[in-house]
Design a protein around this ligand. Structure first.
Ligand SMILES: Cc1ncc(COP(=O)(O)O)c(C=O)c1O
Length: 372
């Protein structure tokens, strides 16, 4: 092995700042057997029939590239789902992607020019701002504190001639907020007035605990709808999602996928057909109970707004402390949570993921309550 040598990294990488989360993980590395309430993936495993389908596909030789846009069978199954949910019978273009992450990457590269502004609702899934920056765009953060509801007035005030897109994510990571039909209609009215495309990241659509899920795609015709398999079926490592929307956008995303990801994994696409037939209501019910446990324990103690979906709570740090200070204290007490400034301009809240066993969750909640 030669001596270590540092090579010049492209300047665009300067725009990706991962220092916040790195500090947390450095601290976490010092913990022995932590109560880990930081993880953004289900604690249940992939259902057996889905695993068996992937194994059978591999054995049957489905190990080659598929069509870039995804196999005809899987796209037909997704089209059937769209017909059932939205009544769509036209042949809308569907692109099967390498996770919703892949769809987001392709969408921002295809849609965002240098200086174009993208509205994201703060707090937000971190990847949005990084990918917009990478595309030379400008993430414009619209505050949703303290209750994490989207404020149409604030969204409209953030629109400029450079605005290209509005990104929404309901149920939301990191807040657990689920948008109502009225809220989505208000956002759609703004987008329509200004001729904007809306990206609707619906990766947590299964995880709605109080009211049925409402999709932006059923409300606003110019929606780039993204859904995934990662959270719904505990397939985070399998890397598959899908996107549908305006034809010319999907065509360009497909072209770019051809020269980047090429296709979603072939055996995962085969297993995806089985996943779409799999009933996950028991898993979702278990997560509803965990959500209730969190709200019962931390609601009054911390002034937590009740989250309606996903598997996160975005909890205010006790008065007089920053989230980072509180998280440092929590880590010193063996509970791993993430400070809000990783997801936000503000450092006033922490994200707790309740995707863990009831026993670990109860233990962690007890410690957090004591620290408050
Ligand atoms: C809001 C949101 N969108 C997208 C993703 C990425 O999902 P995927 O595994 O499908 O790439 C995540 C994962 O945490 C997420 O929380």
């Amino acid at each position: 092995m030669g001596a270590e040598r540092e090579f010049a990294i492209a300047r665009r990488m300067d725009k990706i700042d991962a220092s916040g989360i790195r500090k947390v993980f450095d601290l976490a590395a010092t913990m022995k057997d932590p109560i880990n309430l930081s993880i953004g993936l289900p604690d249940f495993d992939t259902p057996d029939p889905i695993k068996e389908a992937a194994i059978a596909a591999i054995r049957a030789g489905q190990n080659r590239y598929t069509q870039t846009q995804g196999t005809a069978e899987l796209r037909a199954a997704i089209a059937a789902l769209l017909q059932k949910e939205f009544g769509w019978t036209d042949d809308r273009p569907i692109l099967v992607t390498s996770g919703v992450s892949g769809a987001l990457m392709l969408a921002f590269e295809v849609l965002v020019d240098r200086g174009d502004e993208v509205i994201i609702l703060d707090p937000y899934f971190v990847m949005y701002s990084h990918l917009v920056n990478l595309a030379d765009g400008v993430p414009v953060r619209v505050d949703t504190y303290p209750d994490f509801r989207p404020d149409p007035g604030k969204i409209e005030a953030a629109i400029t001639p450079r605005t290209k897109l509005i990104v929404i994510n309901s149920p939301c990571n990191p807040t657990g907020a689920v948008y109502t039909r009225a809220e989505l209609e208000a956002i759609a009215a703004i987008a329509r007035r200004h001729g904007l495309l809306v990206i609707s990241d619906e990766i947590y659509d299964f995880f709605c605990y109080d009211d049925p899920f409402v999709s932006m795609a059923g409300i606003y015709e110019h929606t780039l709808l993204m859904r995934g398999f990662s959270k719904s079926y505990a397939m985070t490592g399998w890397r598959m999602g899908w996107v549908t929307g305006p034809r010319n956008v999907i065509e360009k995303m497909t072209m770019l996928q051809q020269y980047s990801f090429v296709c979603a994994p072939s055996m995962v696409q085969a297993a995806g057909l089985v996943a779409l037939q799999t009933d996950m209501t028991a898993e979702v019910a278990a997560y509803r109970r965990k959500r209730d446990m969190v709200f019962e324990a931390l609601g009054p103690a911390f002034g937590l707004v009740k989250p309606g979906g996903a598997f996160y709570a975005f909890v205010p740090a006790p008065p007089g402390t920053t989230a980072t200070d509180f998280v440092t204290k929590a880590i010193a007490n063996n509970v791993l949570v993430i400070p809000g400034n990783v997801f936000s301009e503000k450092d006033t809240h922490f994200r707790l993921s309740y995707a863990t066993t009831d026993a670990k969750l109860a233990e962690g909640l007890e410690i957090l309550k004591r620290l408050a």
